[in-house]
Design a protein around this ligand. Structure first.
Ligand code: PLP
Length: 367
């Protein structure tokens, strides 16, 4: 089976993990062990930001950013519904209300125009998501946020190695959150990071990462245990060095697959608009209107051929049982996309020959 994504682990990661095990330093009481600190420094350089705070999942990163920003009961946070559930989850966990906004059908990311319409007196922040590895349209989002005095927390969990207007994810936001889950463009198994240029915000999130402590046993605020273990940081340091090559391979595979699929009449291929660099966490195609009934069958056929085609996301968050209580929404573009999309493997472990096989199998399956 060609998996939809696969961790790219080499000798460097294995050696780095063994070294940590031999060192006897597995973690740090305030979450700032030597390798965690090294990984954070390397990450700040990579995304050209002042601060990076390593945590143990992308969800923890989003939760720290939301609570560190002071989002609380009675507040509203705007976000897309066409994304992974973590984004809405952390808003609800903070006691605030997630307000779902429809997407731009070309990019699958939040529509800035529709976002502005959803702003109320209670809105405190926008959580944009860089879905599938393509940045949200951050410039208009920043302009609207500034006009209304809102914070922007960018969910860049899928966008390592992407850029927008030649800037890395997070450049237009108050904070960006990253995941290093095993499927991501770079991984630590499980892991996360928050990046920001705001020193006060960064310091607060560092305390909150470790029970609200600046010093042990003197909690200054409510916190959590969101420490990243040293083994994870060691893997992260090795993976970050390889990330540019991983993304280059994804880009080559995406280009080759795009060439193959060009002739598929009933398929809409993913776009990389001018000024964007896609990091191709997922290569997501879409069946044209009226053809969506065939989607699940096509995915099944591809799986039978040994290709792990997957649907991200068949059930938008506003339609999930728990999240229905936040309001009745009709998000036409989101719901259409949820019925029509499916993703294909382009990760660095996919060979050219396999890309050709995937392309041919898709052409065959949709006929
Ligand atoms: C868009 C998005 N947000 C948040 C997350 C949560 O990250 P994690 O699984 O590391 O908690 C993920 C990853 O699964 C994601 O893809």
């Amino acid at each position: 089976m060609i998996p939809i994504n696969a961790p790219q682990i080499g000798e460097e990661e294995i050696k780095a993990v063994v070294k940590v095990m031999r060192s006897g330093i597995l973690t740090h009481g305030l979450g700032a062990g030597p390798l965690v600190t090294k990984f954070e420094k390397a990450f700040t350089k990579f995304v050209k930001t002042k601060h990076a705070i390593a945590v143990n999942t992308g969800t923890a990163a989003l939760h720290l950013a939301i609570t560190g920003a002071g989002i609380k009961r009675g507040d509203e946070v705007i976000l897309p519904s066409f994304t992974f559930v973590s984004t809405a989850e952390v808003i609800a966990m903070a006691g605030a209300k997630p307000v779902f906004v429809d997407i731009d059908p070309e990019t699958y990311n939040i529509s800035p125009r529709k976002m502005e319409k959803a702003i109320t007196k209670k809105t405190k922040a926008v959580m944009s998501v860089d879905l599938y590895g393509l940045s949200a349209d951050m410039q208009p989002i920043r302009e609207i946020a500034d006009k209304h005095g809102l914070l922007i927390i960018e969910d860049s969990c899928q966008a390592h190695g992407a850029s927008y207007k030649e800037k890395p994810p997070g450049a237009f936001a108050d904070a960006a959150c990253w995941s290093f889950y095993a499927s991501k463009n770079m991984t630590t198994g499980e892991g996360g990071m928050i990046t920001t240029d705001d020193s006060e915000f960064a310091e607060k999130m560092r305390f909150m990462r470790s029970h609200g402590e600046k010093e042990k046993y003197k909690s200054l605020m409510l916190g959590h245990n969101y420490h990243m273990p040293e083994i994870q940081a060691a893997i992260g340091c090795a993976q970050l060095k390889k990330l540019p090559k991983f993304v280059a391979r994804r880009r080559e595979n995406a280009k080759r697959l795009g060439e193959k699929l060009k002739k598929a009449e009933n398929l809409r291929l993913p776009k990389e608009p001018d000024g964007y660099k896609h990091s191709w966490y997922l290569y997501t195609v879409r069946l044209k209107n009226g053809k969506e009934k065939k989607r699940d069958k096509i995915v099944k056929v591809l799986k039978r051929e040994g290709i792990s085609a997957e649907v991200y996301y068949s059930n938008p968050i506003h339609l999930m049982p728990y999240y229905r209580k936040f309001g009745k929404y009709r998000l036409q573009e989101t719901e259409n996309a949820a019925r029509q999309v499916f993703s294909l493997p382009v990760h660095p472990g996919v060979t050219e020959k396999q890309v050709d096989f995937i392309g041919e199998s898709v052409l065959h399956a949709i006929e």
